[in-house]
Design a protein around this ligand. Structure first.
Ligand SMILES: C[S@@+](CC[C@H](N)C(=O)[O-])C[C@H]1O[C@@H](n2cnc3c(N)ncnc32)[C@H](O)[C@@H]1O
Length: 275
């Protein structure tokens, strides 16, 4: 592929999603865009870059962007955030008036394992959430992963990664050769399309935000912009969880790390009061 063609596709994907493609990622374009070339009857990535320059190539640009997202996820990924959430939710429930709803957002939810892990944890907490309703919203830029999340089907390999057998048989069943999340658990989570680069103030405030393993793909200004927008959506006593390789250090002062809790952040109080 020519440097010009690569630069055009990388620029388009960055503008649409924030994902940074450095020249060493050329192999990713070769492998991930192959099916699109075939479907469009295009001979090469340069031909695709040319087609993407057409003003009416919006659907194609969307498909290319989606194909270049990395959707790796697993149930109870990294363990620690979920252990912390297990202690946090009862405390938040106690701090809210009866009848209040606790709002949890899995931003960049991929195929839904994060949202369903949270739903299982809420179910397991039972009375410890003092009857407060828990709303779980999963969002992602990729329509394909969102439809997988809504359907709630997982392979044997996917359920074996991180999902304790006890929870697997309690909250999933076997259907059409795969494991499927049971309807009551599916009903606890809602999945919607959302680009983290867009204005998401309409979503309202959240008590808990999981935004894990997506900022790593963005450049510094984009990380800062997204972190500040997430901080603004967080309740004064809420918690934001980031991925193991992600931090707010050097990116924003709107969020501060919880002492001795890696990857868990709260809003700076002065900011919370002003918001
Ligand atoms: C590696 S997965 C992380 C899934 C889950 N949070 C976890 O930690 O297991 C990253 C997800 O971010 C999504 N993503 C990438 N850019 C995005 C953007 N600008 N807005 C929303 N989601 C985005 C991708 O589609 C992908 O599903």
């Amino acid at each position: 592929m020519s440097p010009d063609g690569f630069a055009f596709i990388a620029g388009l994907v960055k503008a649409r999603s924030g994902l940074v493609l450095t020249p060493d990622k050329q192999y990713m374009l070769d492998t991930r865009l192959g099916p699109i070339l075939k479907r469009e009857g295009l001979a090469s990535l340069d031909a695709l870059a040319l087609k993407l320059r057409e003003p009416r190539a919006l659907a194609l640009a969307e498909a290319v962007t989606e194909a270049l997202t990395t959707n790796e996820s697993s149930f109870f990924r990294d363990g620690k955030p979920f252990e912390h959430l297990k202690r946090l939710l009862p405390a938040l429930a106690a701090a809210r008036p009866p009848g209040a709803t606790l709002r949890v957002w899995s931003a960049a939810c991929s195929t839904g394992q994060e949202a369903y892990s949270i739903a299982m944890l809420v179910q397991e907490l039972g009375a410890e959430t003092a009857g407060r309703k828990v709303e779980i919203l999963g969002t992602d830029i990729s329509q394909e992963v969102l439809s997988r999340a809504r359907e709630g089907f997982y392979t044997q390999f996917e359920v074996q990664r991180g999902l304790p057998a006890k929870l697997m048989v309690k909250y999933l069943h076997q259907e059409a050769g795969r494991w499927r999340v049971n309807p009551p658990l599916r009903a606890m989570a809602r999945f919607e399309h959302l680009n983290l680069l867009a204005d998401f103030r309409h979503l309202g405030r959240f008590d808990v935000i999981f935004c894990r393993n997506v900022l790593i793909y963005f450049d510094t200004p984009t990380k800062t912009r997204v972190l500040n927008a997430l901080a603004e959506r967080l309740a004064a006593d809420g918690v934001l969880y980031l991925g193991g390789a992600e931090t707010v250090l050097g990116l924003t002062d709107q969020l501060i790390a919880l002492p001795a809790e890696r990857g868990a952040y709260e809003r700076r109080q002065a900011v919370a009061k002003a918001g």
